[in-house]
Write a protein that binds this ligand. Structure first.
Ligand SMILES: *Cc1c(COP(=O)(O)O)cnc(C)c1O
Length: 356
C-alpha cells in the first residue's frame, strides 16, 4: 500500500450531507452565506481570537494582509525556509523580500539577525511559524516596535498551536492560517486572516469582496470570498480537529519511539504548545537524503523534501541573497508521512527503512 507524506482528512460523508441539505434549503451558496458566518464565529471561539476573516485560500490571505497594511511596493523581511507562497505573495504585491537566515534548531527566522537587515525602505517583517513551531514572537514584536515595522505572521501551519497560553494566530499585526486540504484543519481550499487593529480588520472586510458595500465603492478590492461548501467542510472538520491533533500526537510519539535517536529534529520553542503538524527529519547530507528517498520509493513510501529549495534561490527573484543555514537545511530535510490514521505497522515500516 502506497504511503504518502500526507492524507487529506475525510470526515464521515453523512456529516457533510447534513450541511449540504442546509445549503439546498437556503439556496445560498456563496457571498458570506450563513454557514460561512457560522464557521467564522466557531473558529474565533475555538482559537480564542476575534475578528477572524475566512478567505478562499491562504495565499490570498497573505496578499490581503500586505494590502491592508499598505505594504505593497516596500521591502519586507522574511524567511527563506518556507513554502513558496510566502515569497510569491510578496512578489505578487510588488514587495522586495529581504531574506534573513533561520535558526539551526527551530528552523524559524533568526530574530537576532533581523535588525541588521532593516533599511529605510523596510516596512514589515513576515516570519513563518515553520511546521507549526512558534517563532520568537516576543523578540520579533520588540524589534518591530522599536523600528516602527508591521508584522505579518505566516501561520499557515499554526492551527491549534499556542505560545504563552494563547493561539499562535493571535500574534502580530496580522496573522494568517491556511485551511488547504493538506493542512491539519482544512476546508478543501481556504484560509483566514486575523488583524489586531479593528480599522485594519474593517479594511479587510471590504477588500475581500471587491472593496464595495452595495453601491458605495470605498477602495480597491479583490474577490477572496469563501463558499458555503468550503464552510460546510470546515464546520464538519472543526468537530474532529481535537481528535485529529490527538491522533497525530500518537503517531508522532510512535515515530519518536521507533526511530533511531541519531536523527536530528527541530527544537520546539520554549513556551510553545505544538500541534503535530509535521514530522521533519534533518539528515547528515543531501547524499544521505537521496539514498533514503530511493529506498523509500522502492517500498512505495513517499516522504517529501520540504521545504526545498531554500526560497532565496528561486530563479525569478530580482537579486541573489545568501542564507547559508537555510540553504544547507533545505538540502537535507524531509518530512515523514504524518496523518491521523497512519497505522503503527506503517510507522514501523517507515522507521525500518530509516534505521537500516
Ligand atoms: C500552505 C501554505 C501557504 C499557502 O496556503 P494556501 O491555502 O495553500 O494558499 C502559505 N504559507 C505556507 C508556509 C504554507 O505551508
Amino acid at each position: 500500500m502506497r504511503i504518502n507524506v500526507t492524507k487529506t482528512f475525510m470526515p464521515p460523508a453523512e456529516e457533510y450531507q447534513v450541511y449540504l441539505d442546509r445549503i439546498w434549503q437556503s439556496g445560498h451558496i456563496t457571498n458570506q452565506g450563513p454557514l460561512l458566518l457560522e464557521l467564522e464565529k466557531k473558529l474565533e471561539k475555538h482559537l480564542e481570537v476575534s475578528r477572524l476573516h475566512f478567505v478562499t485560500n491562504g495565499t490570498l490571505a497573505l496578499q490581503l494582509a500586505i494590502r491592508a497594511l499598505g505594504l505593497e511596493g516596500s521591502e519586507v523581511i522574511t524567511t527563506p525556509f518556507s513554502y513558496v507562497a510566502t515569497v510569491s505573495a510578496l512578489l505578487w504585491e510588488n514587495c522586495t523580500p529581504i531574506f534573513v537566515d533561520i535558526e539551526p534548531d527551530t528552523f524559524c527566522i533568526d530574530a537576532d539577525k533581523i535588525e541588521a537587515a532593516i533599511t529605510p525602505h523596510t516596512k514589515a517583517i513576515m516570519p513563518v511559524h515553520v511546521f507549526g513551531n512558534a517563532c520568537d514572537v516576543e523578540k520579533i514584536g520588540a524589534i518591530a516596535k522599536k523600528h516602527n515595522l508591521k508584522v505579518i505572521y505566516d501561520g499557515a501551519h499554526g492551527f491549534g498551536a499556542q505560545y504563552g497560553g494563547k493561539s499562535l494566530l493571535s500574534y502580530g499585526d496580522i496573522a494568517m492560517c491556511s485551511f488547504h486540504a493538506t493542512k491539519l484543519f482544512h476546508t478543501i481550499e481556504g484560509g483566514c486572516l486575523i488583524a489586531s487593529d479593528p480599522a485594519v480588520s474593517d479594511k479587510i472586510e471590504l477588500m475581500k469582496r471587491f472593496g464595495h458595500n452595495g453601491d458605495e465603492h470605498y477602495m480597491l478590492g479583490i474577490n477572496a470570498k469563501g463558499s458555503e461548501f468550503q464552510a460546510a467542510m470546515g464546520l464538519v472538520n472543526l468537530g474532529h480537529v481535537e481528535d485529529i491533533i490527538a491522533q497525530r500526537k500518537a503517531v508522532y510519539e510512535l515515530y519518536d519511539h521507533h526511530l533511531s535517536p541519531k536523527y536530528r529534529r527541530p527544537v520546539i520553542q520554549s513556551g510553545a504548545v505544538y500541534n503535530y503538524a509535521y514530522y521533519p527529519l534533518l539528515l547528515e547530507s543531501e547524499a544521505e537524503l537521496m539514498g533514503l528517498m530511493e529506498a523509500f520509493t522502492a517500498e512505495d513510501i513517499f516522504p517529501r523534501r520540504y521545504f526545498f529549495p531554500s526560497l532565496n534561490t528561486l530563479p525569478y527573484l530580482p537579486d541573489k541573497q545568501s542564507t547559508p543555514i537555510s540553504e544547507d537545511i533545505s538540502r537535507r530535510i524531509i518530512c515523514l508521512p504524518l496523518y491521523s490514521d497512519l497505522s503503527e505497522e506503517d510507522i514501523k515500516r517507515i522507521c525500518g527503512v530509516l534505521n537500516r
